[in-house]
Design a protein around this ligand. Structure first.
Ligand code: SF4
Length: 88
């Protein structure tokens, strides 16, 4: 399924993501996969600033939220991403 930076965030218009991706908040982005659910690294903050633990992993009944070892981020980086995505 396509995704957008603007969905569920305060972002609008042109932007450069915290990973350096230059795009528009309303632009439909290419899905990572059509075959399985995925988490968009550029939008996931591991719930930093909102909850003490990643809420998707907390509620998943079959423990299908697995850590992406290619995208391990510090708490500081996650909080910076949260501020970028959800600034008012
Ligand atoms: S860890 Fe939090 S921010 Fe990341 S996908 Fe799960 S619920 Fe969303």
């Amino acid at each position: 399924m396509e995704w957008r930076f603007g969905d569920g965030t305060a972002l609008s218009g042109g932007l450069v993501s915290t990973s350096g991706m230059e795009t528009d908040a309303e632009k439909a982005q290419e899905p990572v996969s059509f075959d399985y659910y995925y988490i968009v690294t550029d939008k996931c903050t591991e719930c930093q600033g909102f909850h003490e633990t990643p809420q998707c992993a907390e509620v998943c009944p079959v423990d299908c939220c697995v850590t992406d070892e290619d995208h391990v981020e510090t708490e500081s980086a996650l909080l910076q991403k949260k501020a970028f995505l959800h600034a008012e």
